[in-house]
Design a protein around this ligand. Structure first.
Ligand SMILES: C[S@@+](CC[C@H](N)C(=O)[O-])C[C@H]1O[C@@H](n2cnc3c(N)ncnc32)[C@H](O)[C@@H]1O
Length: 275
């Protein structure tokens, strides 16, 4: 069956409404995972003392805060006011502002580096966000972004997709965005950053581990702490949700370690330079 057409506006509204609701729950579910990427991401764009950095789709602000600790001059932007409030609450000394990745509220050539940690895969118009990153970078400045590796590798996602395929419906009515794993493909990353006018792209896979307090936490974190994946789960019938929850618990069992669970969740790290 062909994929339904992408509707960037409806998708943006869906994402916006979702992130507005869950800043705290996102933090509880994902902080320990996505913040593992801040060191490699900041290294990839050369963040050191005095570097002017824009962290786009900053969420609760992990990368922005880590860059501030390195002595960088940092602005974090996010389109969800509740996320911006959460980031300001967590890191009161960092400059967080509302702003859209696809229409950045900054003049051209205002930053030495732009980062986007797990943001690009949430955008209806990711090419536009790459073009915007290019616009606000100074010549010689660097863009770095991360996305999840393919579900075969980032197995928490594979477990969810398999459980929905087995016990629910995959083709639910949700505002359609670009494919969630589009940028897990290194060739697609190369094409897209070159298309935005950036040069010398590098693409690496970084192994991350998602430590969960119990096998049930995989379902809970996905159901409570995400927008798109939660949308897929919430669109299922009550019976299907029960079966999916049980299937996820069972799928996570083999990954039990100590008093918790450790799931491999590698990420793809892309960096490129503005000529
Ligand atoms: C998965 S979270 C990533 C948060 C954070 N960067 C991290 O590393 O955990 C995605 C973030 O992207 C933001 N976002 C989604 N679409 C956006 C857009 N068009 N412009 C700016 N922020 C956006 C959401 O509000 C959310 O905070």
């Amino acid at each position: 069956m062909p994929n339904p057409p992408i509707d960037p506006e409806a998708f943006r509204a869906f994402e916006h409404e979702g992130w507005e609701r869950i800043p705290q729950r996102y933090h509880n579910a994902f902080a320990s995972l996505t913040s593992q990427m801040t060191t490699p991401l900041l290294d990839a764009v050369g963040v050191t003392t005095g570097v002017q950095l824009l962290d786009v789709a900053t969420g609760p602000g992990y990368a922005a805060a880590a860059a501030t600790k390195r002595g960088a001059e940092v602005v974090g932007v996010d389109f969800a006011p509740a996320m911006v409030a959460e980031a300001r609450r967590r890191y009161p000394t960092v400059d967080f502002r509302e702003g859209d990745a696809e229409d950045l509220p900054f003049p051209e050539a205002s930053f030495d580096a732009v980062t986007m940690n797990f943001g690009l895969l949430h955008l209806g118009r990711p090419e536009q966000a790459l073009t915007e990153a290019h616009r606000v970078l100074r010549p010689g400045g660097r863009l770095g972004f991360t996305v999840w590796a393919r579900p075969e590798e980032a197995i928490g996602f594979q477990m969810v997709l398999r459980a929905v395929e087995s016990y629910g419906k995959v083709d639910v009515q949700l505002p359609q965005g670009p494919h969630f794993f589009r940028f897990s493909d290194p060739q697609e990353c190369h094409r897209s950053v070159l298309g935005a006018g950036l040069v010398s792209p590098t693409v690496k896979t970084i192994p991350l581990i998602w430590r969960l307090h119990s096998p049930d936490a995989l379902f809970e974190n996905m159901f409570e702490g995400t927008v798109r994946t939660a949308g897929l789960l919430r669109a299922q019938s009550a019976d299907a949700i029960r079966a999916i929850r049980k299937a996820l618990r069972q799928a996570a069992m083999p990954y039990q370690k100590g008093d918790g669970v450790e799931l491999p969740m590698p990420a793809v790290l892309v960096s490129a330079r503005k000529p």
